[in-house]
Structures are given as structure tokens and as C-alpha cells.
Design a protein around this ligand. Structure first.
Ligand SMILES: Cc1cc2nc3c(=O)[nH]c(=O)nc-3n(C[C@H](O)[C@H](O)[C@H](O)COP(=O)(O)OP(=O)(O)OC[C@H]3O[C@@H](n4cnc5c(N)ncnc54)[C@H](O)[C@@H]3O)c2cc1C
Length: 525
């Protein structure tokens, strides 16, 4: 066997998975068809639950250093051609990291290598087959074709996943007949930036900041944090795009002229990119020894969430694969990867497809929908709900069995913990990506019962700052024997308002990380 797990694709998802697996002692081998780290200007940053998760791995400092800026609460977010304004919320629901995707990939690649993962660039997977014991990848490398075998193979090979096709996994959905083109621009002297952010353009007149609809498409622009503008066009045309054909300045200018009906003078133009939108989800995230993660598993018809949802797939999958490879996973554990992440992907599809309806509709009914939506955005709870949907924090994984506690299936909040060794936090305990049992009630009987699970879990006893301990389970083994939380326990108090919510009902307060307590992705390791 050449590796425990072969990962096809060294995008952010494949590299995150490699790092997570290597942390747990599994031997991953990443095969990437591109000979070098990419410079393709895709994401300029990422947001959502993964920001917290990187902190739980002790990686956020490194990400912030690479970014040159700390992760910050997002002042707003685009939603279906509208602007969600979080700037007046004391505790915005979305945190964002500004880090261009090539730099994120370099950082994740360095980390995976440091942890011992093998990464082969310039090695394209051309076929995949499996039997009861192994999975085999046919590879075309710089020295010719060869084969690698492993116990599992994960397709992190993007939207056009060859792994998905080889496994015969359907990818149903819709490709929207539109092309989006964008670039970062500076303005020449002939264009005036007005105080309110609008542009005054000779021959065109005033262009409003935000989105302008014309008969030929949509033109949009907004300010960038470091100066300059992000400009974008959207036009209806067949979306048969390839990542391998770079966009040119001429293509961008032609598109702006078509949409606005006149030339828009531009200064320096950088980071040109072109993308289409699909709403698709793999029917299954697992076929035997082959699994899918990231863009290979889902395509969302809105920007800004692909990295968050894809890297969360990787984190959810890694510890389960590690458990199976170590031989202690209960039956069905690996299948919970599909159950949980397919569910999360479906939630993301729900909100991004709703954005398509808001954005693409051209008739009076669509105008009415947009107007109604605009009015709803005046309500703080609506804004918070939409922010949580974008962040992936409003997801509560379906849990087996009745009477689950309101926190089961949610992301474990980062509690400050007082232990006999001193003060620590849940985030610090999760750095090693090991499952932990956190005993906040000084229950010797629970600790004793859990001793049989060692060394596969770490057991910690701690007290929290609050008088009422908040029970939380950051890792779980659905079919494990041993202590279970009592059926239908009272929901924990909200640390802010100290109110209790009924199981399954929304907590009226927010955690200090900006999450509603019952929302979030459960697996932090
Ligand atoms: C213009 C643009 C802007 C975006 N902006 C944002 C944003 O602001 N925020 C955000 O979160 N997301 C954004 N996204 C989406 C984000 O880029 C993707 O969701 C993310 O790249 C998905 O990561 P991945 O690792 O799943 O797949 P990919 O990044 O597509 O990586 C797949 C890798 O697999 C390799 N590969 C493919 N086939 C094979 C094979 N047969 N053998 C070996 N290797 C193979 C590819 O070369 C590639 O390196 C944007 C996308 C685009 C196009």
C-alpha cells in the first residue's frame, strides 16, 4: 500500500484534508495535476465557520500573519445582488479573512508537508478503481504513467471531478447560462469618485456603487479594503468555461461595454477572473472506499462560501477516516460524513439558489420579490439568519435517536476552562484534532466509563466560569457504548441572558463568537 489515503487535488480542500489526516497520524498522499502552486486569482478571502475552526487548530494566527490583517467581523455581504449590511450590528454573524487563495493554498501546503503529508505536483489522476480492500489510482506523472494503491481515496479535484465520474456518482443540478467577469481596478483621472462612492464617468454619467442592471446584464463595483475597486459584470451566455483559459483585459473591457453600452475608462487592472454558476450536489459523498469533498461534492450558485464549506467537509471527514484506519471506528461512522456534510451542502444550496431567484429574475414579480426582501432586511433577526446561513453556523447536524439535547450536532462553543493544570480553552484542547471528552460536572462515573475509549480520546475535567456548566460534546461516536447525555435534558442557559430555550428551539442570545448556541457544525475534530 503506497499510502493510507490518496487525496486527488491540492486545492484548499485537499490540502486541509492532508493536514488534518497527518495530524492524526494517518499517511496521506496528495496527487495534483498542476506542476506548481497555482497563481489563479480565485477567492480573495474566505469567511464563516472555518475561521473559528482554524482557530481551534491553532492555525488562525498563521493565516492572519499571511494575510497581514486579523480576521474581522464582516461589515456586510452580498446576497442575491443585494447588500446585507451588518455594520450596525454589535455582534456581526460573519467573520472574514482577507487572504488570496494562492496564499492560502501555499500556507496549507506548507503545513501539510511539515506534518508529513506527501504532495506530488505534476501528477494527474487518470482513472480510479476499487475492490473490497484497496483503491487504486492510475496516475500520469512527469516520468510516465504509474499506479498508487491506498485504503481510501478522496476526490478533492474540483467541479469537473474525474474521481466523481470514475466512481459513477451523479452530480445533478443546474448550470446557469451566465458568465461573470471580475477584476480589481484603479480609476484614471477622467473618472470621478464621488463622496458617496458613486462614479461619474464621461459619456456614461453617474454609476451607482453596488449593482446596476441594464438590458444586457448587471454591472457592479465596490471598494476594496486596500484601495481600488472590485468590478464585475454578469451576462447571460453559455457557461462553458474552463479554469485553464485565463481571462484577458480585452475580454473584461468588451464585457463592460456590452453591459453598460459604452466604454468605461480603467486605470490598472489586476486579478482578472471569470466564473459561472452551477447549483449541483453529488448524490453520494461516498462510494465504498472513494469519497468526495469540496467543489467535487458541491457547486453553489453564489460567491464567498466555497472555501468555508469545502474545508469544513475536509475536517469532518479526516477524523472519521483516521478512526476507520486505526480500526476503532464503530460501524457506520464513515457514513455520517455523507449524512452530515450532504445535509450542510443542501442548506448552502438552499440559500444560494434563493439568491439566484433574487438576482436573475427580470419580470415585475422578481422586482416585487426584491422589494419585499429589501424590506425584510431592515429586521435584525432576518439579517442574522442570513449571515448564519452564509457562515454555515445555522446548521445542526441530524442526530440519531429521539430526545437529543439542543446542543447535540452543533459546533462546540469555545469555553474558557479551569483545570488542575491551569486555565485553558476548548479551542486550545482541539489543536491536536483529537476527539475529547470534556467533563464539566466532575462526574467520576463518566470518566471511568470513558476510560475504555482511551487512548483514542483525551479526557479532560474542567470547570467553566459560569455557575451552570454548559454541556457540550465536541466529538461523538454515534454507536459507541458508554455514557450518553440524559434524554431531554434542559437546554443550557444562554451565557448572556441566562434564559433557557426549549430543546431544538433557537436560543435568544448569541455566544461571544457571534453564534446562536444551537447553530453550527459539530465537528471540530
Ligand atoms: C473567480 C472565483 C472567485 C471565488 N471567490 C471565492 C471567495 O471569495 N470565497 C470562497 O470561499 N470561495 C470562492 N470561490 C470558490 C473557491 O475558489 C472554491 O470553492 C475552492 O477553490 C474549492 O476548493 P477545492 O479544493 O474543492 O477545489 P479546487 O480549488 O478546484 O482544487 C481542485 C484541485 O484539483 C486538481 N485536479 C483536478 N483534477 C485532477 C486530477 N485528475 N488529478 C490531479 N489533480 C487534479 C486541480 O488542478 C486543482 O488544483 C471562487 C471561485 C472562483 C472561480
Amino acid at each position: 500500500m503506497d499510502a493510507d489515503v490518496v487525496i486527488v487535488g491540492a486545492g484548499p480542500v485537499g490540502l486541509m484534508l492532508a493536514g488534518e489526516l497527518a495530524l492524526t497520524g494517518v499517511r496521506p498522499l496528495v496527487l495534483e495535476r498542476q506542476p506548481r502552486l497555482r497563481e489563479t486569482p480565485k477567492a480573495s478571502g474566505f469567511n464563516g465557520q472555518i475561521v473559528e475552526l482554524l482557530r481551534y487548530r491553532g492555525l488562525l494566527d498563521r493565516v492572519e500573519a499571511a494575510s497581514g490583517r486579523p480576521a474581522v467581523p464582516a461589515p456586510g455581504a452580498p446576497f442575491g445582488g443585494m447588500h446585507l449590511d451588518f455594520s450596525h450590528l454589535a455582534d456581526p454573524p460573519l467573520r472574514v479573512v482577507h487572504l488570496p487563495q494562492p496564499r492560502l493554498e501555499r500556507l496549507l501546503s506548507d503545513r501539510a508537508s511539515e506534518l508529513g503529508a506527501g504532495i506530488r505536483r505534476g501528477h494527474e489522476v487518470t482513472g480510479v478503481s476499487q475492490d473490497d480492500v484497496t483503491v487504486t489510482a492510475d496516475v500520469r506523472g512527469p516520468d510516465g504513467p504509474y499506479r498508487v494503491t491506498a485504503r481510501y481515496l478522496v476526490g478533492c479535484d474540483g467541479a469537473h471531478s474525474r474521481v466523481r465520474d470514475a466512481a459513477g456518482i451523479g452530480f445533478p443540478g443546474t448550470t446557469y447560462p451566465e458568465v461573470n467577469r471580475r477584476g480589481q481596478v484603479t480609476l484614471p483621472d477622467s473618472v470621478t469618485r464621488l463622496d458617496n462612492g458613486d462614479l461619474d464617468v464621461p459619456g456614461l454619467g453617474r454609476l451607482r456603487a453596488g449593482f446596476t442592471r441594464t438590458d444586457r446584464g448587471v454591472f457592479g463595483f465596490g471598494s476594496l479594503a486596500h484601495g481600488g475597486l472590485l468590478m464585475q459584470t454578469t451576462e447571460d451566455e453559455p457557461a462553458d468555461l474552463s479554469d485553464d483559459t485565463p481571462m484577458t483585459l480585452t475580454e473584461f473591457q468588451d464585457s463592460i461595454r456590452r453591459v453598460l453600452g459604452a466604454d468605461l475608462p480603467l486605470g490598472d487592472v489586476t486579478r482578472l477572473s471569470r466564473y459561472g454558476f452551477q447549483a449541483r450536489q453529488a448524490e453520494r459523498y461516498r462510494d465504498g472506499r472513494i469519497l468526495l469533498a469540496g467543489d467535487a461534492a458541491h457547486q453553489f450558485p453564489a460567491t464567498g462560501i466555497g472555501i468555508n464549506f469545502g474545508m469544513l467537509d475536509a475536517v469532518n471527514l479526516a477524523w472519521k477516516l483516521a478512526a476507520v484506519i486505526a480500526g476503532w471506528a464503530p460501524a457506520g461512522l464513515l457514513d455520517t460524513y455523507h449524512d452530515e456534510r450532504h445535509f450542510a451542502g443542501a442548506r448552502a444550496l438552499l440559500q444560494t439558489q434563493a439568491q439566484v431567484a433574487l438576482r436573475r429574475g427580470q419580470d415585475p414579480a422578481a422586482e416585487a420579490l426584491r422589494e419585499l426582501f429589501r424590506q425584510l432586511l431592515a429586521d435584525e433577526q432576518t439579517l442574522r439568519l442570513l449571515g448564519a446561513l452564509i457562515a454555515g453556523t445555522s446548521i445542526r447536524y441530524p442526530m440519531p435517536g429521539p430526545g437529543q439535547h439542543a446542543l447535540a450536532g452543533t459546533f462546540a462553543p469555545d469555553l474558557t476552562l479551569h483545570t488542575d493544570q491551569g486555565i485553558t480553552s476548548l479551542a486550545e484542547l482541539m489543536h491536536a484534532a483529537r476527539p475529547i471528552l470534556l467533563d464539566l460536572a466532575d462526574r467520576r462515573d463518566l470518566r471511568e466509563a470513558a476510560r475504555d475509549w482511551q487512548p483514542r480520546i483525551d479526557i479532560h475535567t474542567a470547570r467553566t466560569d459560569r455557575s451552570q456548566p454548559m454541556p457540550c460534546w465536541s466529538a461523538r461516536t454515534p454507536t459507541s457504548p458508554g455514557p450518553q447525555p440524559p434524554a431531554n435534558p434542559p437546554a443550557p442557559p444562554c451565557p448572556r441572558c441566562e434564559e433557557r430555550s426549549g430543546a431544538g428551539s433557537a436560543c435568544p442570545g448569541q455566544s461571544r463568537t457571534g453564534r446562536a448556541h444551537r447553530s453550527g457544525d459539530s465537528d471540530s475534530g
